[in-house]
Design a protein around this ligand. Structure first.
Ligand SMILES: O=P(O)(O)O[C@@H]1C[C@H](O)[C@@H](CO)O1
Length: 274
């Protein structure tokens, strides 16, 4: 949603309360669907879905391949909420408010560009850590006066990507017999919306970045401040333009959907509908 220095906790709370008044679902897991990966939301059973334009105080998703709906429903009998369309920093928003819905675990997917020499187009990478480039330069979603209702002023970011959930994801990939296309690596967020120059890509590669994209890090920073566990997977691609990104993400969309579905089914979650 909006930057925290523009919108306060009460505003987020009003939006969250409105959503909770419109649905019986009380999700413990939130899934952010990356470019071209919105079918994760379509798979939810007993859906209640809300176009962003109908949600009070919600911005619009403007990137092609992001439908712009908040979808509540069940995945393997676990209550989830999917953001079918995320807000990128380059769209002027940098943060989601799913924590106020009672969500405890965030699963983030996206479609990004590979830099690691050993990666192939279409590989799936499980993120083990990130570099928040805009954040390092002062463009942080936590900028502005801190409201302790969100979380601490100086939240630690070591061990953000939950080790146990990552292990479960890898074990699931083994049992799905797809380990050959699954990688683990470091993701770097850049501001976009232009893709990197060759010199910029080389710089990131030298810094140890395995894949680069324009999202995810701010969502994970905010979710971590709010006390959520995060697991992250994404299609790793070598794009030349956004259409190519969407095309490649289609390659693995089914596999990613199965992986996220199985991961959710393994989570120890108590459903508590109203
Ligand atoms: O939402 P994600 O991170 O999957 O979207 C990527 C990043 C850019 O917005 C866009 C570039 O193709 O796709």
């Amino acid at each position: 949603m909006h930057r925290k220095d523009q919108i306060c906790h009460d505003d987020y709370q009003q939006t969250a309360s409105w959503l909770l008044s419109q649905t019986q679902h009380r999700p413990k897991v939130a899934i952010i669907c990356g470019s071209g990966l919105g079918m994760l939301a379509d798979a939810l059973k007993c859906q209640d879905s809300f176009p962003y334009s109908d949600i009070p105080g919600f911005p619009q998703s403007t990137v092609q391949g992001h439908a712009g709906r908040q979808v509540f429903g069940e995945l393997k009998e676990k209550m989830c909420v999917c953001m079918q369309g995320r807000f990128h920093m380059h769209e002027g928003h940098s943060l989601c408010m799913v924590s106020l819905l009672g969500v405890e675990t965030l699963i983030v997917t996206n479609a990004e560009g590979s830099l690691a020499d050993s990666y192939q187009v279409g590989d799936i990478m499980i993120i083990k850590d990130h570099i928040n480039f805009p954040g390092l330069a002062g463009l942080n979603p936590l900028n502005g006066p801190n409201d302790d209702k969100f979380g601490p002023r100086f939240p630690p970011m070591s061990g953000v990507y939950d080790k146990d959930l990552r292990k479960i994801a890898f074990d699931l990939c083994k049992s799905m017999d797809v380990s050959q296309v699954v990688q683990e690596g470091v993701y770097c967020m850049v501001g976009g919306p232009n893709f990197e120059t060759i010199a910029e890509a080389r710089l990131l590669h030298r810094l140890g970045v395995d894949a680069v994209g324009m999202s995810t890090a701010p969502e994970v920073v905010v979710a971590t401040q709010c006390g959520n566990k995060v697991v992250k997977s994404y299609d790793d691609i070598e794009p030349v333009n956004h259409e190519a990104v969407l095309e490649v993400s289609k390659l693995r969309s089914h596999m990613l959907q199965t992986l996220v579905t199985e991961l959710v089914s393994w989570m120890d979650i108590n459903n508590n509908a109203v």
